[in-house]
Design a protein around this ligand. Sequence first.
Ligand code: GDP
Ligand code: MG
Length: 327
Amino acid sequence: MDPSTPTAIPDQPDNGSSEAVPFRSGFVALIGRPNVGKSTLLNQLVGQKVAITSPVAQTTRNRLRAILTTPAAQLILLDTPGIHKPHHLLGERLVQSARGAIGEVDVVLLLVDASQPAGRGDGFIVDLLRHSRVPVHVALNKSDRVGADAEDLAATYREMLAAADDRPVSWPLHPCSALNGDGCQALVEALAADLPPGPLLYPADTVSDQPEQLLLAELIREQVLTLTREEVPHSVAVRIERIVEDEGNVKGKERTAVLATVLVERSSQKGILIGKGGQMLKAIGQGARLQMQKVFDGPVYLELFVKVVPNWRSHPGRLAELGYRGD
Ligand code: GDP
Ligand code: MG
């Protein structure tokens, strides 16, 4: 995998016409309540897994950039942690990170779960965005879960946007399904049309700017979230200690060895993660290893350790070390 850094490429794709519409490029922030499908949409749009998703809220901790290049535009999509009320230091950093993203982009995409009527959580975010200087689009996600009531549900969102004394808005609504891809192409075209003219900012085949280590750590954390009970997930962090490439050969392909530590806050959580006779840790390792083999396109050897670090979530230094910046 290429740990790609932004490189300005002077040549733009040639679309064969001298009166061509200009190529467009820029940043799109995905904003929305936890669990509305931001990470799923990101993966759907770039056509491969770059963000981890889960039925558990607050999965996404870091701001992730995914890059989508079409013949007409390049969209740099920022996945943000869901906006919610902060409970402790980590929670505050998550919210800061999401709010920070709003100020730095060309277009905001507000995602809502349109299989449910508009609620107060969405209203809170809409009010944050009302005075946005950049265009806002609304993705009515989870369209695969609505039937005849689709129009009624959409109307609740339209009313929410219009209902404000100080600043009613009428942002475009796009029904879509991040899960099966319905409506996603039209959504991308609408977002692209609102980007400024500009060159490719990343090579056209780049899908993510996330460092490899972070992606690998996230793949392990995803297995923890999927396989363990609710009391563990939010106090887990993963640190990749070492990646050794060309670690021997398996059937003609070079093997990659990954050593990682799972940090938890309490020894009871360590017990859950390791499981009876080590079964849980083994299952986590196997699941993560299968995903990593897709990333490396070759065999992976994964060794996992579990370590108790009391209160890691409340220590600014430890948060920074794990990549959670309060910017
Ligand atoms: P995030 O917190 O906004 O990033 O949400 P995720 O992308 O992690 O998704 C939360 C849950 O909603 C997961 O279980 C997804 O599979 C599910 N989900 C996301 N998009 C859709 C969709 O379009 N349709 C359906 N049915 N489920 C979805
Ligand atoms: Mg997410």
